[in-house]
Design a binder for this molecule. Structure first.
Ligand SMILES: *Cc1c(COP(=O)(O)O)cnc(C)c1O
Length: 386
């Protein structure tokens, strides 16, 4: 069954781009573990495939699926989230251009833009995305070609208004990019809210099982798609067939996983509020969170990521991160298993000493889909009593 875009998200997640194998009837399309394609005479390509850097049917399946999930015309799949971002940045920006990004963007994104693209003459400015007049000012300056936002943000779970920021970016003639990794397309649809491009680290919720790296660029604009597609082919940061297949397989359960991630995180956040060892609980599902009303409008539910600030400072934070058992100490997020991390030394080590620095008493939780009772017991056991 081919999937049509009028079907619901859950149906498209399972069927878009996923035609059964016409020769055997195998319900799961084969994984095309091949680097090249035999030609029927010179230039006689079957299905347009020539060499796998340019295209492979397993990658095409995933790309069709990614586009469908974001309600977009085009999806492009890469070897990692940063490979996807790099291709987009190189396709859209050149020397002398400027990019404005949030002061809480993913550390690796900031590093890529600042230390790699900066060297080639792309300027960047970091702003607080909650301050709309500061954003307007920042995009009006220089040759701003791109506005880059991430919501909910990492690790402080700030919520930015995609529709408002898209208008501000467009008024300045900038391309508006949303890193939708934390929400996933099930919880949030940035293109429908006015953004031009969505990027993903599919390594996280889309893959969902902590077993594969990947990234995506999803967009409607044909001219920009052509440039990104050319870079994908010409510089080669593509996802291999096995990686593409694992990601496709993960996506089939995205909707049910996200429902459970959100429900577990909501219960945990509510339980942690007011805990004597904690200064703050950062979760947009809490009514007292500054972005709660906006998140309610912009997202289906609030997702699986929570951060907490400990009263006991860095020492207490480190001890907490090293004391849980079900929550395992590791970088990354979005898998079925719960993870705990210390951003200032782990995921955000690359932004120490920059405006993106994370407070040293903050711990980040990627809430998995285990029994919520076990997760709550684990956190209670590991947190200091006071
Ligand atoms: C992990 C992550 C990235 C980078 O993706 P990789 O797959 O690790 O290259 C980008 N943005 C966000 C929000 C992430 O969490």
């Amino acid at each position: 069954m081919a999937s049509k875009n009028d079907e619901q998200f859950e149906t498209r997640a399972i069927h878009a781009g996923q035609q059964f194998d016409p020769t055997t009837g195998a319900i799961i399309p084969p994984v095309y573990l091949t680097s090249t394609f035999v030609q029927d005479g010179i230039g006689g390509f079957r299905g347009g495939y020539e060499y796998a850097r340019g295209g492979n049917p397993t990658r095409t399946s995933l790309e069709t699926l990614l586009a469908s999930l974001e309600g977009a015309k085009h999806g492009l799949s890469f070897a990692s989230g940063l490979a996807a971002e790099d291709a987009l940045l190189r396709a859209a920006l050149g020397p002398g251009d400027r990019i404005v990004l949030g002061n809480d963007a993913y550390g690796g994104t900031h590093r890529l833009i600042d230390r790699i693209h900066g060297k080639w003459g792309v300027e960047n400015a970091v702003v607080e995305m909650g301050d709309l007049s500061a954003v307007s000012k920042a995009v009006a300056a220089g040759q701003t070609k791109m506005l880059w936002l991430e919501t909910p943000s990492n690790p402080l779970m700030k919520i930015s208004d995609i529709a408002e920021l898209a208008e501000i970016g467009h008024a300045a003639g900038a391309i508006v990019v949303v890193d939708n990794t934390f929400a996933s397309p099930y919880l949030q649809q940035p293109l429908a809210l006015g953004a031009d491009v969505v990027v993903h680290s599919t390594t996280k919720y889309l893959g969902g099982h902590s077993d594969v790296l990947g990234g995506a660029v999803v967009l409607n604009d044909d001219a920009l798609e052509e440039k990104v597609r050319f870079l994908q082919f010409a510089s080669g940061g593509v996802s291999g067939p096995m990686d593409a297949w694992l990601t496709t397989r993960g996506i089939k359960t995205l909707a049910v996983r996200m429902d459970r991630h959100s429900a577990n995180a909501q219960a945990i956040a509510e339980h942690l509020v007011g805990h004597p060892a904690l200064e703050t609980v950062y979760y947009p599902g809490l009514p007292e969170h500054s972005g709660h009303e906006l998140a309610k409008r912009q997202m289906r539910s609030f997702g699986g990521m929570i951060s907490v600030a400990l009263k006991g400072g860095p020492k207490a934070a480190r001890k907490f991160a090293e004391s849980t058992r079900v929550f395992q100490l590791a970088e990354s997020l979005g898998g079925v298993e719960s993870l705990i991390g210390y951003p200032s030394e782990m995921t955000h080590a690359s932004v120490k000493g920059t405006p993106l620095e994370v407070p040293e008493n903050v711990i980040r939780l990627s809430v998995g889909i285990e029994s919520v009772d076990d997760l709550l017991a684990d956190l209670d056991r590991a947190l200091p009593r006071r």
